[in-house]
Write a protein that binds this ligand. Structure first.
Ligand code: GLC
Ligand code: GLC
Length: 811
């Protein structure tokens, strides 16, 4: 069943039914002020850090789900309802939610009154604008009351949800005219406050939750709304909220627009006060004046829309498949930018208090947005690299506010360093900017220990070389990409975390996945060395890579597929000899992506094994058979019920590794089949089962062994976004930035006739028309650039600001 439809022209997903299988959300904000908003107006806002600067409160895992948000209530002669259906949940005559790129429009209609709310965060300002349009569609005049509502968070989201003995006594507000200010802790250590305004005089307000809602009511039936009467309450402690009340008269057919602003203001230490006890409101008032009129708001909204059109214009596909077009052109790119902004911090599955920026995650996310925002990608690379250790190892995460690494979610993941080579090489290929390698970057944020970024890459490379096990394969450390394959953990204590428990010393656990990664990204490193004038380094790197290839062939091969690892004792993991978990996806993907076994049939055999053992209707599962027992030598992976998460779920992040591997062998049909199995736009019709938004990827879809195969969880913040974008655009459609220029090498289903792509690349525009007259999956007969045949598959980086016509004949 579908709950809405795509509107590709507007770049929106239009939800027509408020009771979606799970809240379907969107993100507002591209810089410092962010909001999450669901299709029924649930969600919250924060400034920069979802944990430390939470502006409005949100209760995760609540019953019912998704209660609390940016709510409006109508009291129309005693008939109470909300335009987003929630929180009141009175039946609407019409409902629609349009999730667009960094904005959401929610429209509800009842008894001839239409309320349409546009939510967005303007570029350059720290606020969320809510433009409310009221239309009397009936033939009689109408008099009704409108209530707004937000609940403030006492800033630190973790403290707010735990430290009630203090927090119930700290809340403070001010009200001036139509503006409600939240200033808890402002007089002591904070120099920031929030405000909620409206551009009209109000007839009442509330700032104390209990006065507004009533102690024994819920958000669905606040006393003030039901009675049609604000209390004009001032919060002292307990829970500060902000609600405005307006009495509105609309003649038949009349429309009215109101502008609400939820803002965040920081003041300088010596400029905090207007007079003793009264906060300095200057900055808030300036913002309010700026967005006083609908004209100004509409202008900003247009600017935001243009901003997105520009970002998306860098890669535009025109194919016969509209589901593919909308993934490539709109939604996959959008999701990649959201992972840039949020990393893994705040979604409906990430509470905003758990995780900072992952070293591994952030490097991988970058391959999905580097073409859109190369300058920010550069900054991100340098930030990440600055947390690296001198021996090439890495903190597993760092905090975005401080940009310093920490061990809160563990350390010593031996795959981490290599991802820095992936991100840096992707950046150079996109931009041609080799100077990034000369940048001076600290180790462990210590400026006295700064070295060039090139040196950081070298240390990443040698971190593997210096940490090999008995089979000359890389030691795994705490875990590799698979956080849950904890080969050194041996945890029996339910009160400790798998990620942070001390490793048992003395083991020899090795990872074939890291070995494959090393061959792939080590070769990349060698290429960088050569082009960077470091031929000796390049030769040495190739030597080490060659040795690793040998070790993989000798000790990493299980007969029909690649082993996954050796455990603490040197026993095989992911082998036909194992009872459970005989085959894993990661090493198959990485070894074939690295080209291992392409010459001797191992790669072919591996991908056949993946098809046979791991593929299912909903995607490729991570391992098979699923673990049904706790294997203490394997760790967290065997704690999940079978078919979920890392225990044989379809972990969507790694499916593209197999897609890319298939393109390396020229299997375009299969690569695309895997692509469409997990691409959300193709799953729209099974929304009842899939449950998550049909416009973004989820981290995990329950695998074939699960209780409910096909049910997804953890939408939005996942490396799945970047990897799928990378696989479809660079390997299946095959338009791939390389050091020398734009490589063109599609690998597509054989029955496609072709497609066209507009690609902006290093200050030139490429109009690429791919034709497939002989219906092959891979292979190029000729490439004609501006009328001339080129040699090879690489189109030069013209950098001349002009448009170039590229005709590609497959065959
Ligand atoms: C999560 C983590 C990622 C890890 C993956 C597999 O997505 O963010 O770092 O690689 O799980 O365990
Ligand atoms: C758990 C999850 C894994 C995630 C990790 C992050 O291990 O299973 O997917 O990466 O937590 O801390």
């Amino acid at each position: 069943m579908k709950y809405g439809h795509f509107d590709d022209r507007q770049k929106e997903y239009v939800i027509m039914e408020p009771q979606t299988p799970y809240p379907w959300i969107n993100y507002l904000g591209m810089e410092d002020f962010f909001s999450l908003i669901s299709n029924t107006a649930g969600g919250y806002s924060f400034y920069r850090d979802a944990r430390l600067r939470r502006i409005t409160r949100y209760r995760y895992n609540n019953v019912p789900i998704d209660d609390g948000g940016k709510y409006f209530y109508i009291n129309d002669a005693g008939d109470v309802w909300s335009p987003g259906w929630k929180p009141v949940k009175n039946k609407l005559d019409n409902y629609q939610c349009r999730h667009g790129l960094s904005y959401t429009i929610i429209t509800g209609e009842k008894n001839g009154l239409e309320v349409d709310v546009l939510y967005f965060v303007p570029l350059g300002d720290n606020c969320e604008i809510q433009k409310v349009k009221l239309t009397n569609k009936s033939s009689k005049s109408k008099e009704f009351k409108l209530f707004s509502f937000v609940e403030f968070c006492l800033w630190n989201a973790l403290d707010d949800m735990t430290n009630f003995q203090r927090n119930f006594s700290t809340g403070e507000v001010e009200v001036k005219g139509s503006v409600i200010y939240h200033k808890t802790e402002y007089k002591e250590r904070r120099n920031h406050y929030a405000f909620y305004s409206i551009n009209e005089p109000i007839q009442g307000f509330d700032t104390d939750r209990e006065s507004f809602v009533g102690l024994y009511n819920g958000f669905e039936n606040p006393d003030a709304v039901t009675e049609g009467k604000s209390r004009n309450s001032i919060a002292h402690g307990w829970s500060p909220v902000a609600s405005h009340m307006l009495k509105i008269n609309l003649a038949a057919g009349q429309e009215k627009e109101l502008i609400f602003i939820l803002g965040y203001v920081g003041n300088a230490e010596d400029d905090k006060w207007e007079s003793p006890g009264l906060i300095n409101k200057k900055k808030a008032e300036n913002l309010i004046v700026k967005y006083q009129s609908s004209v100004a708001v509409n202008q900003e909204f247009e600017r935001l829309r243009n901003y997105w059109s520009n970002l998306l214009s860098i890669y535009q596909l025109d194919s016969h498949d509209e589901k593919l077009n909308r993934m490539v052109n709109i939604w996959n790119q959008y999701q990649c930018m959201v992972t840039f902004n949020m990393s893994r911090s705040a979604s409906y599955f990430e509470s905003g208090i758990g995780r900072g920026m992952g070293f591994r995650d952030s490097n991988q996310d970058l391959i999905g947005f580097v073409h859109q925002i190369p300058e920010k990608a550069k900054e991100r690379i340098l930030d990440i690299a600055a947390t690296q250790f001198e021996d090439g190892g890495a903190y597993h995460q760092y905090q975005p506010l401080t940009k310093r690494g920490n061990n809160e979610i563990g350390g010593n993941f031996n795959d981490d360093p290599l991802w820095l080579i992936l991100s840096t090489s992707s950046y150079i290929k996109e931009t041609g900017d080799w100077s990034i390698l000369d940048e001076s970057v600290p180790f462990d944020n210590d400026e006295t220990k700064a070295k060039s970024l090139f040196e950081h890459l070298k240390r990443s490379f040698y971190h593997v070389v210096n940490n090999l096990g008995p089979h000359n394969l890389p030691l795994i450390g705490r875990a590799d990409w698979n956080d849950c394959l904890n080969l050194n953990c041996f945890s029996k204590n339910p009160d400790e975390s798998f990620q942070t428990t001390e490793n048992k010393q003395g083991g020899v656990a090795e990872s074939v996945m890291i070995a494959g990664m090393f061959v792939l990204y080590g070769t990349e490193f060698a290429q960088i060395c050569r082009r960077y004038g470091q031929q000796k380094e390049a030769d040495l790197a190739i030597f080490h890579v060659g040795k690793m290839k040998e070790s993989i062939k000798k000790h990493g091969w299980d007969g029909q597929w690649f082993l996954r690892a050796y455990d603490y004792f040197g026993n095989k993991v992911g082998s036909r000899e194992n009872e459970e978990g005989k085959i894993f996806i990661e090493s198959q993907g990485f070894c074939v992506m690295a080209g291992i076994g392409v010459d001797d049939g191992k790669a072919q055999s591996t991908l056949e094994s993946v098809k046979k053992h791991l593929d299912c209707e909903y995607g490729i599962v991570l391992n098979n058979p699923a673990f049904t027992k706790y294997h203490i030598n394997l760790g967290e992976i065997s704690t999940y019920p079978k078919g979920y998460k890392e225990n044989a779920g379809v972990f969507c992040h790694n499916n593209p590794w197999i897609m890319i591997a298939e393109t390396i062998l020229g299997n375009g049909d299969r690569a695309f089949e895997y692509y469409r199995k997990i691409a959300p736009s193709y799953l729209e019709d099974i929304s009842d089962l899939h449950k998550m938004e049909p416009y973004v990827y989820s981290q995990m879809i329950a695998g074939k062994d699960a209780h409910k195969p096909g049910e997804a969880k953890n939408s939005w913040l996942t490396g799945t976004a970047a990897w799928n974008y990378y696989a479809i655009t660079q390997y299946i459609l095959g338009i791939r930035p390389e050091y020398e220029g734009l490589l063109i090498d599609p690998c597509i289903p054989h029955n496609w006739n072709g497609f066209t792509i507009l690609r902006k690349f290093r200050n030139a525009v490429y109009k690429i028309a791919v034709q497939n007259p002989e219906h092959v999956s891979k292979g190029i007969k000729e490439i004609i650039v501006d009328g001339d045949k080129t040699k090879g598959l690489c189109v030069p980086a013209f950098g001349d600001g002009k448009t170039h016509n590229v005709t590609v004949i497959m065959g």
